[in-house]
Design a protein around this ligand. Sequence first.
Ligand code: NAP
Ligand code: ZN
Ligand code: ZN
Length: 347
Amino acid sequence: MIASKGYAAKQPKAILAPWNFERREVGPHDVQFDILFCGVCHSDLHQVNDEWAPGIFPMGPGHEIVGKVVKIGSAVSKFQTGDLAGTGCMVDSCRTCDNCKTGLEQYCINGGSFTYNGVEQDKKTPTYGGYSNTIVVHEDFVFRISEKLSLAAVAPLLCAGITTYSPLKYWKVGKGHRLAVLGLGGLGHMAVKFGVAFGAEVTVLSTSPGKEADAKKLGAHKFVLTSNPESIKETTGYFDFILDTVSADHDINFYMSLLRTNGVHICVGIPPKPAEIPAFTVVGNRRSLVGSMIGGLPETQEMLDYCATHNIVSDIEMINIKDIQKSYDRMLKGDVRYRFVIDMSTL
Ligand code: NAP
Ligand code: ZN
Ligand code: ZN
């Protein structure tokens, strides 16, 4: 086994603290890479706090992982030592179901292996994430990373990037569409960048007046403060799509009233409490309420390559791993500009 170190929550809602654990030895198809940077996703906070379902503890979070390959298995063909590498929200899947066979590993019918708070395909060995010094992953679930971009700013593409890229592609959002991005945080700011790159008219719907200038800098065409009844009223029936990245409880029915006929509200944010949606919300104006989870392997590599070609990265604030708890507190207040990334040399 490989002696490893990182930060973990020993039990639900615990303060993250240093811990030592073991990774498996590098198997024939595995890649071991030393982690240089790891993004901090709101999903980390939801799961440490057991907000979705009972988690597996100790929990070492982190699924926006980038670093440098230090060892490869005998059958690995995609990587050599010294290469840049990245892993997102998944480390394995069954590979045999219809979804896995069509590049939709995130919807693996037999249950995929998530990077942390999950189990390997043996259905019993727990997985531990990227708030750590090194990781061993099957090469299929390791992505190639361009040398062209700032590595720390690439890390958030592995979750925030693909989670917003994938639904915009699936629903073919682009030229001629009015897209609202609800919530300007980690996912939201990537959604603005992709929406603009795909040619849509992008409006940020935000609860934070202080984010207007940033929204414009990110390329958004419009900014609407959702707490201002006058300006929000003007957008009633206006949007073709709303990409909802909000992490906390909010009234989806209200936001769906901002959609035009046949408009689509896409949930990617996963608030802890279930929403109450009267049938009237979707019956009126034939609106759709849909959702999307991260992206599959081919699409994630496609997104990374697209970002390298178009010079797209995340706007980040680098942190020392000792400040992880402070970053969680700030994330809860919506005070993220726009993704915390842990500099793993501080571990
Ligand atoms: P984040 O950086 O904390 O951003 C969330 C944003 O939501 C905040 O910055 C804030 O933006 C807005 N917000 C917060 N509370 C709100 C409230 N009560 N009402 C309205 N808006 C509110 O979080 P994130 O990392 O982007 O993640 C967002 C959500 O997506 C989380 O629930 C996360 O678990 C989920 N997620 C899902 C997937 C997936 O595959 N579907 C993948 C990754 C993450 P403003 O200040 O602009 O209002
Ligand atoms: Zn995430
Ligand atoms: Zn599968």
